[in-house]
Ligand binder design. Structure first.
Ligand SMILES: *Cc1c(COP(=O)(O)O)cnc(C)c1O
Length: 392
């Protein structure tokens, strides 16, 4: 049956990225920055109403602010969520979710292929609060479900694509776990590549510092889902004082306008580079979800609309080989972070030096591993740079 002509079609992500999150800016095309920490009212009743409402926008900026709300609304629209909450960083979002939703005696299941600071929170800090954590292999969906303890597991936290080697977690399988609140750290994908809430998980979170803001000028995190989960996370975040800064939110909204276009180009370049690197004799192993050689390639095709903007390689020669490679690159630079316009190289072995060998093994940090965050330079120029560094 043809659709009735007055039914609005669901806009594409490119369109939502342009139209979303404009609630506070009036007729200003560019987002308006509200740096104010507080707002005046004419009556005490007005203030009383705001005090009793979660996530008020104009009470006091630790509780929320108009610029931050624009970003939260934009990410919620992109993820298909009822509500969003922005935080001072990606780690502030992770911490607000875990501590806002879990109490002493609760149990958390998480994937061990996970951002190293999230690992530190889970493995080193949560036990101090009486919250037990079980880490499982994220590529084994049955193991994730099997680790859930009925009535004790409060949260299942997975990251996909995951640090450091771009392994994937089956989002449908996580969504099918009954009981605990399910959370996906979707930082590496952005809402352009995958939308976990559409699979049925409860919450999606991002280090928006990375692809969403996308210009290496905003440290910010965001979590999105139903308001009945976002509100208690917000209450805890207000106690921690870990709210997002309006300035960083302002930069992140600017980034969102070009997010789909950036991610599409960076993904196309990443696939070109991955295809090139796979054939290079100095590359021992490569991981890119849209290469047929990725062990979870079928899953990647199912839940991701591109292979993403990051490529992981194992350079021959271990730490020495990886160090030599990254230091010989000229266009691609050595730096932490990903998702920005510049191609960046990270050697997880260097960053992971603070972990014991057993912890490094658990996290999958190998000596020759190099993470390439593919930027917006012309892919042929990036390829030439990586080639001269590997060949030399
Ligand atoms: C960077 C990152 C984080 C932490 O985000 P910050 O903004 O640096 O605090 C969390 N998860 C993933 C997957 C990340 O890449």
């Amino acid at each position: 049956m043809p659709e009735p002509s007055d039914t609005p079609t669901t806009p594409h992500v490119e369109t939502t990225a342009i139209t979303a999150g404009r609630g506070a800016s009036g007729d200003s095309l560019s987002p308006v920055l509200f740096p104010s920490t507080t707002y005046t009212v004419d009556t005490v009743a007005e203030q009383a109403a705001m005090v009793s409402t979660p996530r008020p926008q104009k009470l006091y900026s630790r509780f929320g602010s108009p610029t931050v709300r624009e970003l939260e609304d934009a990410v919620a629209a992109l993820e298909g969520a009822e509500a969003g909450l922005a935080s001072a960083s990606g780690m502030a979002s992770v911490t607000a979710v875990v501590l806002g939703l879990c109490s002493k005696g609760d149990h958390v299941v998480a994937t061990r292929q996970i951002f190293s600071v999230t690992y530190a929170l889970l493995a080193m800090h949560l036990p101090r609060f009486g919250i037990d954590v079980t880490l499982v292999d994220g590529t084994d969906a049955d193991a994730i479900a099997a680790a859930v303890i009925p009535r004790r597991t409060q949260l299942v936290l997975v990251e996909t694509p995951a640090n450091p080697a771009l392994t994937l977690v089956d989002i449908d399988a996580v969504a099918a776990i009954a009981g605990p609140i399910t959370v996906v750290d979707s930082t590496f994908a952005t809402p352009v590549v995958q939308r976990p809430l559409e699979h049925g998980v409860d919450l999606v979170l991002h280090s928006a510092t990375k692809g969403i803001a996308g210009h290496n000028d905003a440290l910010i995190g965001v979590v999105a889902g139903n308001a009945d989960l976002i509100d208690p996370i917000w209450a805890w975040q207000s106690a921690m004082g870990a709210q997002a800064s309006p300035f960083d939110a302002w930069n992140a909204i600017r980034g969102i306008r070009t997010l789909p276009t950036r991610v599409r180009q960076q993904s196309e370049s990443a696939l070109q580079l991955a295809t090139f690197l796979e054939e290079h004799p100095a590359v021992e192993r490569i991981s890119y979800p849209y290469l047929p050689s990725h062990p979870q390639h079928d899953l990647a095709r199912r839940q991701m609309s591109t292979g993403g903007t990051v490529v992981a390689i194992e350079v021959a020669g271990g730490t020495a080989g990886a160090t030599r490679f990254v230091e010989r690159c000229r266009l691609a630079r050595i730096a932490l972070s990903l998702g920005g316009p510049e191609t960046l190289l990270t050697h997880p072995g260097t960053f992971g030096a603070r972990f014991t060998p057993a912890e490094r093994a658990e996290l999958g940090i190998t000596d020759g591993l190099v993470r390439i965050s593919v930027g917006l330079e012309h892919p042929d120029d990036i390829q030439a740079d990586l080639a001269q560094a590997l060949d030399g």
